[in-house]
Design a protein around this ligand. Structure first.
Ligand code: 6PG
Length: 241
């Protein structure tokens, strides 16, 4: 890992403000280095205000490509869809070319087939495959109260998948499509956004010197690039050094 940054911000608003600063800096760095930025979005509720703030930015949208780190296995217009949330909060508000948005397919009727389809889409976009993994510029993540991240849930098969980019996650029997920990760990920069007291115990286990990663899956995320943990005080109180 290049560097690990842990910042505890006073409240959710400060967390979002800081997250925007970091994300904008990483987008700019990627475009300076590669004339392109590939960013995979987190789902759930925490990042929504960040996406709304990004919608107000003047950015070279044609050079920015949007992916998702995980997706609920529902139609793209379903209330639970991570794609729908990001489009409403951000992507539909800016001049992003339609071809720059790469959603996880959830319409093939079979999660495993759609996971394979997205894996092929990623390998085609990044010109990777046969063991070479794509390197995203930025991957945004959250954690659940159970220390899951993306759709890598505790004690599920998805945690053991190391030779794939995309696999099928399982939340209480509900299928998800998710990046594998192996793919996430190839990223140039991984940024966790965590807010709320309900995440405190999960963070304690994630940051503990040793705990079982199969029980606390966010521990699996040890990227070769930069790792950022951006927390509000409610979540990160115990970690404030
Ligand atoms: C999802 C997310 C998931 C999320 C955490 C935190 O599809 O739900 O990708 O990993 O980041 O569950 O969700 P909140 O931000 O809503 O607490």
């Amino acid at each position: 890992m290049k560097q690990k940054n842990v910042e505890v911000l006073p409240d959710k608003a400060a967390l979002i403000k800081r997250s925007l600063e970091v994300v904008l800096a990483k987008i700019q760095a990627a475009i300076q280095e590669r004339d392109l930025c590939t960013i995979a979005l987190a789902g759930g509720g925490t990042p929504k205000p960040l996406y709304e703030a990004l919608a107000a930015q003047e950015l070279p949208w044609a050079k920015i490509h949007i992916f998702w780190g995980d997706e609920r296995y529902v139609p793209a217009d379903h209330a639970d869809s991570n794609q729908r949330m990001a489009r409403q909060a951000w992507l539909d508000q800016v001049d992003l070319p339609a071809g720059n948005i790469h959603p996880m397919p959830t319409d093939g009727g079979n999660p495993a087939t759609d996971a394979d389809k997205h894996e092929a889409q990623l390998n085609e976009f990044f010109s990777t495959g046969s063991g070479k993994f794509p390197q995203f510029d930025i991957i945004l993540l959250g954690i659940g109260d159970d220390a899951h991240t993306a759709s890598l849930f505790p004690q599920t098969d998805a945690l053991q998948v190391q030779d794939r980019l995309v696999t099928v996650g399982n939340k209480d029997g509900q299928p998800r499509i998710t990046f594998t920990a192996s793919l996430i760990n190839q990223a140039h920069c991984v940024i966790f956004l965590v807010a709320g007291a309900s995440k405190r115990e999960a963070l304690a286990q994630i940051f503990a010197p040793d705990a079982d990663a199969l029980t606390y899956p966010a521990r699996l995320i040890q990227p070769q690039g930069e790792l950022w943990w951006l927390l509000d005080l409610e979540a990160g109180q115990e970690l404030k050094n």
